[in-house]
Design a binder for this molecule. Structure first.
Ligand code: 16G
Ligand code: ZN
Length: 549
């Protein structure tokens, strides 16, 4: 039932990159943009098949390489509910891409495709729906054509092209499109505009509920958008007639998304987190100002400020988690729901030890640790908590609220039972969060709202706990695949004996903690170390690195 000749023609026109091995990692496919034509072609087909498998629901596809340099690009598939592609389908993404890459004839590739269709018992007569989006990279329009070439012409898919959007906007619109379709009535597809309206309304409603003025608690917020897609999108939100915060309170810098080479260059969340310094384009202004940086596709955010002694202070993913945990636990307590709804924080091994101690001992919240990669954190938060707060230290994260949370709050509110202010605050806050995926814009709004409600300055936020001195280094090794971990990546299983050596180094440093793991995105091994004494940190880290090399 596939138009063989049409597919063959498009395959031969599109798949020029050959004999390259592709892997679908934590962030989808990601490599040099010039090597991605074949991958885009097969990923487009896979997205269609995924939609067909799910009764034609909207499946999302995002073209982005996040914080990578401008020469790179990538692609990932999003499930109808806005979450990442089902793990069981990741191998299919690789099989199809590598089949096209290594096939010497079209028929070899075609045989693989047919095998997959039969294996998954996919009904090709149904009508697939796909939502596509791309970040601001120069290579994206071409790659989009490779991606979508077969969708309508071979598979009769309905394709909704959102144009340039942030990654979280693509996730949000995919989820909303399916909700609309399920609810029938308005057969309209969801748009980027729905995203702005929804989050502005949520922000305004939270401020109204808490009866605070729509002013920020900081005199000014500077937003570094990494010269990526976050810049134009945030501007659209702030330009909306319903956005009520005075326009001079938020200033966007590094907003040249139309100059390709500037993307993520000496700016953005990754740069700021790694270098622990201000990005290009920002200089310390008034001491109370707050700063934040997005990454290139605006799914990550970190905050920071500069004290009167010109010292830079990072407020990273751990600090965002702890701020939300503090606020939401307070509200739960006020609403008298602590026994009924379970709140918890999910972290990875990269979380600073002080943050974990603070959450457990000061906030009395449970903490879980998972492997690196958003899908692991998301899964843990969704399965264990009614309010699951998860952030990677690098600023990637969100809060998810269970069905039980919504039902409990709604039921109490409808009966006007209990502390209505706290119940309403919880309800509005949940709306302000993009629950499909970490979202720099939504997380930024939620942080601003929380600081305003708690009347906290950046320094108050920072003072809640003090990070242990820490260091992260990249180590190039001949074969990173031998570094196999256990215990949520906190311990090495292989190479044999290495963990014992690491443990004996750790034992020498008070409050020392260190772990070694192979990167999932680069050909390198990462070494993390933290200890009490800042003057011993370099030595500590070097000793571990010596054992790894
Ligand atoms: C990916 C992950 C990110 C993680 C990073 C670790 C997603 C969407 N992205 O970018 O969460 O922090 O990988 O990179 O899951 P690494 O394995 O190179 O250290
Ligand atoms: Zn990103």
């Amino acid at each position: 039932k596939i138009d063989y000749d049409q597919l063959r023609k498009l395959y031969e026109e599109t798949c020029c990159s050959k004999n390259l091995q592709y892997s679908y990692g934590t962030a989808g496919f990601r490599t040099l943009a010039k090597d991605l034509d074949t991958v885009m072609f097969t990923t487009g087909i896979l997205a269609v098949l995924r939609s067909l498998k799910l009764e034609g629901q909207y499946v999302g596809v995002m073209i982005t390489a996040s914080h990578n340099p401008y020469q790179d690009n990538g692609v990932k598939i999003v499930e109808p509910d806005g979450s990442m592609l089902l793990a069981a389908w990741e191998p299919y993404a690789m099989q199809l891409a590598n089949a096209a890459s290594f096939a010497t004839t079209f028929d070899e590739f075609y045989a693989e495709l047919v095998k997959l269709i039969e294996h998954e018992k996919i009904d090709l007569d149904a009508a697939p729906h796909v939502v596509v989006g791309r970040d601001s990279r120069e290579s994206s329009p071409f790659l989009l054509r490779c991606l979508t070439s077969t969708m309508a012409s071979v598979f009769h898919a309905q394709v909704v092209d959102l144009g340039c959007v942030t990654t979280p906007q693509l996730h949000y619109v995919t989820n909303l499109s399916n909700r609309r379709q399920r609810e029938g009535g308005s057969a309209q597809v969801a748009t980027e505009q729905d995203y702005y309206s929804f989050f502005i309304d949520a922000f305004n409603e939270l401020f109204t509920t808490c009866q605070i003025e729509k002013r920020l608690s900081v005199p000014k917020l500077f937003v570094d958008t990494a010269n990526g897609i976050g810049g134009p999108q945030l501007k659209k939100l702030l330009a909306s007639k319903d956005w009520a915060v005075p326009s001079d309170e938020i200033e966007i810098v590094n907003d040249k998304s139309d100059v390709p080479k500037l993307l993520n260059f000496e700016c953005g969340a990754d740069y700021v987190k790694t270098n622990q310094s201000l990005p290009k384009g920002l200089s310390p202004s008034s001491p109370d100002s707050l700063y934040c940086s997005f990454d290139g596709d605006a799914d990550r955010v970190v905050f920071y400020y500069v004290d009167p002694e010109s010292k830079f202070h990072l407020l990273d993913g751990d600090k965002i988690s702890t701020l939300f945990a503090k606020f939401l636990s307070q509200q739960l307590q006020l609403a008298n729901l602590t026994g009924c709804l379970k709140i918890g924080v999910v972290q990875t091994a990269y979380a600073n030890g002080s943050s974990t101690t603070y959450i457990e001992d000061t906030l009395h919240c449970p903490v879980s640790c998972t492997k690196t990669g958003v899908k692991h954190l998301h899964h843990e938060a969704a399965t264990h908590y009614d309010i699951g707060i998860y952030f990677e230290a690098n600023g990637h994260g969100t809060v998810i609220f269970s069905e039980k949370f919504h039902e409990t709050i709604e039921s109490k509110l409808s009966k006007s039972q209990g502390n209505l202010l706290a119940l309403n605050t919880l309800r509005c806050f949940a709306n302000l969060i993009n629950q499909t995926v970490g979202d720099a814009i939504s997380d930024m709004l939620a942080v601003l709202a929380t600081l305003s409600i708690l009347q906290m300055a950046p320094t108050d936020w920072d003072r809640e706990y003090t990070d242990l001195p820490n260091k992260l280094v990249k180590c190039i090794v001949p074969d990173r695949s031998i570094f196999q971990t256990t215990d949520q990546e906190r311990k090495l299983q292989n190479p044999a004996g290495l963990q014992t050596k690491i443990d004996s180094v750790i034992a020498k440093y008070p409050m020392g903690r260190s772990f070694v793991r192979a990167s999932g995105t680069e050909d390198a091994v990462r070494v993390y170390a933290e200890c009490q004494d800042p003057t011993k940190l370099d030595q500590f880290c070097n000793e571990i690195v010596e054992h790894v090399k």
